[in-house]
Design a protein around this ligand. Structure first.
Ligand code: AMP
Ligand code: MG
Length: 407
């Protein structure tokens, strides 16, 4: 058996980042920047108010309360037309430009109208009482308060989140250079599999892996491509994979990589690609057939439902993320405390136990999510983390344990 890290390094070495492309910002969520983002303009580009209120000359309100003549109402999106002179103020709405002459804003809650001006006149007769004195710059957002022009905003290798996309839009960018989103084909293999909801004949089971792996692919920010279901027939598996590599950047299969008589996926990959069949010192998900067909990586994951998910998490997800330019494609572990015994037997493998992780006293505690068999998908579905339990007889309640937090 090979250590997990050795196998993962082998996989990552064969999953280099793809050639960068320019994509619309609207399509860039979850992608990774391939060039540095440098701001071409300041944000904000003009000094504006952080509050609804009155733009004033701070020198005028030193001895507040004091009364000022309202000379204009300035809405967001409209340029001020009037300079605020001594003894004057302009009513101003959040985000509107600070008018010339004014250097501070008094929030509307600290003012009162003492004399109404004409309903739609020039406001000359309107008088506002300012109840507090404010320093220069009060509630004013100066030019470049968020970002100056020429700022190194995001480094190469930044995963674009909702907030990042907002910054790109603020900078007026409509396209961004990123590593392309992968199309990832998912194929189930097995004579026993049925996927149409029809009554099961003896020995048949329903295909659960394909839906799950397509969903995991989606969560990994790739485009999932359903390659269907193939029986345990080498020719049909080969056709499915060779068809898949024509339209996909990577392929994930489940089943057919163990020691059974009809485990043809590894044989097919050996025939059409450069394949390594590996026994990894982990449980679940010991067997892995990883190969490249042309330059398309194929992840031959084991068929047991929990094994396929854990194998996706440990090998396929990091490989796909590496291809999409993530500098740290492997999910980090966090230190948690076992809230109950997590028993296991020594077998030379690292066990990835399905657990529920919850916050507790500033840390994280974990307890078993249920049955730990590699066919027991229910507990995997309920788990939000995998506890990394090293070889031995398990982790005692109260002891520390590393965990991988899942999505
Ligand atoms: P295999 O890796 O092909 O030896 O399959 C191991 C176990 O996983 C067997 O019990 C299979 O019936 C089961 N299995 C394989 N593929 C799937 C699938 N797509 N959905 C649910 N179970 C599966
Ligand atoms: Mg099988």
């Amino acid at each position: 058996m090979l250590p997990l890290d050795t196998v993962r390094e082998f996989v990552l070495d064969r999953c280099p980042a793809r050639t960068p492309v320019s994509v619309p910002v609207a399509h860039a969520l979850g992608l990774v920047t391939a060039s540095e983002i440098i701001s071409s303009e300041a944000i904000p580009q003009f000094a504006n108010t952080a509050m609804d209120g009155f733009a004033v000359r701070s020198a005028d309100v030193v001895d507040a309360p004091c009364d000022l003549r309202v000379v204009e109402t300035i809405a967001a999106g409209h340029a001020p037309q009037v300079t605020v002179g001594p003894g004057e103020a302009s009513r101003i709405m959040t985000g509107a430009t600070i008018p010339p002459g004014a250097d501070a804003v008094v929030m509307v809650e600290r003012t009162s109208i003492v004399s109404d001006g004409p309903a739609c006149g020039d406001g000359a007769a309107e008088i506002v009482r300012v109840e507090v004195s404010v320093p220069p710059g009060n509630h004013v957002r100066p030019v470049g308060d968020d970002l100056h022009a020429g700022t190194h905003v995001f480094a190469v290798g930044t995963e674009l989140t909702a907030g990042h996309l907002g910054v790109l839009c603020s900078l007026g960018m409509t396209e961004v250079e990123v590593f392309p989103r992968l199309r990832v084909g998912v194929l189930s293999t097995g004579d026993e599999l049925v996927d149409d909801g029809s009554p099961l004949r003896p020995g048949q089971i329903r295909d659960s892996n394909r839906r799950t792996l397509l969903a995991l692919a989606h969560r990994a920010d790739v485009v999932p491509v359903d390659l269907g279901l193939s029986p345990d027939d080498p020719d049909e598996i080969e056709t499915a994979i060779t068809t898949g590599v024509q339209t996909c950047d990577a392929i994930v299969t489940s089943g057919g990589v163990s020691m059974g008589d009809f485990d043809y996926v590894k044989a097919v990959l050996d025939r059409i690609g450069d394949m390594r069949w590996m026994q990894v010192a982990i449980k679940p998900a010991k067997p892995l057939a990883f190969g490249t067909v042309g330059d398309v990586p194929v992840f031959g994951l084991p068929g047991n439902p929990v094994s396929s998910m854990v194998s996706f998490e440990l090998f396929a997800r990091p490989g796909l993320r590496s291809m999409m330019g993530h500098p740290d494609p492997v999910r980090p572990t966090v230190m948690a405390t076992a809230a109950e015994d997590l028993p296991r037997r020594a077998d030379g493998k690292t066990h990835f136990m399905r657990v529920l992780a919850t916050p507790r006293d500033g840390g994280v505690e974990v307890r078993s999510a249920g049955g730990q068999g590699s066919h027991m998908l229910w507990a995997m579905a309920k788990a939000n983390a995998l506890a990394v339990v090293p070889d031995g007889d398990g982790v005692r309640a109260g002891a520390p344990v590393d965990v991988l937090l899942l999505d």
